[in-house]
Design a protein around this ligand. Sequence first.
Ligand code: HEM
Length: 217
Amino acid sequence: MSRKTILRYTSNQRTNHWLVAIVFFMAGLSGLALFHPALFWLSNLFGGGPWTRILHPFMGVVMFVLFLGLVFRFWRANYFIANDRLWLRRIDRVMRNEEEGVPAIGKYNPGQKLLFWTLLLCMLGLLLTGLVIWRAYFSDYFGITTIRWAMLLHALAGFVLILCIIVHIYAGIWIKGSVSAMMHGRVSRAWAKKHHELWYREVTRDEAPQPPIRKKG
Ligand code: HEM
């Protein structure tokens, strides 16, 4: 089984990812409940308005801390490499599922990498602005103008984060085998070669037949 498949995510990485996903939905839904009266009914999920207001910032902090776990695990694999620029220029071919002329890529494609860094930016933005508007503990340290700007930027960062996750989920479903990789940890060799050829070559290098050792004399 393990000779035929390749490990893409360890169980710790998967647990970390799905915890982030769960807390993201909780923080997102409670945030939307506070964002607009038309969405206030969502606060019923969290025990009503006051509880939603109390819990939302804590969920946000938990989400940020768990997300940092993903950053420490994956930042290296999200560094841009030489082929990425060409891949982005040929994005139309990628969208049409064409393989010709599309350069081989590493563990993540440049779209995933851009998304990764945008997620990090949104998370940092949400944390910083969230602290400023956290009435119970920190808002007293800031003036009203700062608080108003922070509220605006908090909503903007939340909006971009939700959009990013919609794209992320769509892409995960679009590339068959990705969700299963995040659920079970392994991918087929064919999947790895087709979608992330450089990564495939890297992880299978050790298995390549070694040149025979010649005896001296
Ligand atoms: C129901 C929600 C979600 C689904 C279905 C989902 C699905 C996936 C899948 C299939 C992968 C593997 C992609 C691959 O190996 O090529 C992945 C990776 C990843 N996901 Fe999610 N995800 C969800 C929510 C989230 C959330 C909320 C975050 C963070 C805010 C997140 C952050 C990441 C990161 C950082 C990676 C690694 C990819 C990279 O570093 O570029 N995911 N996700």
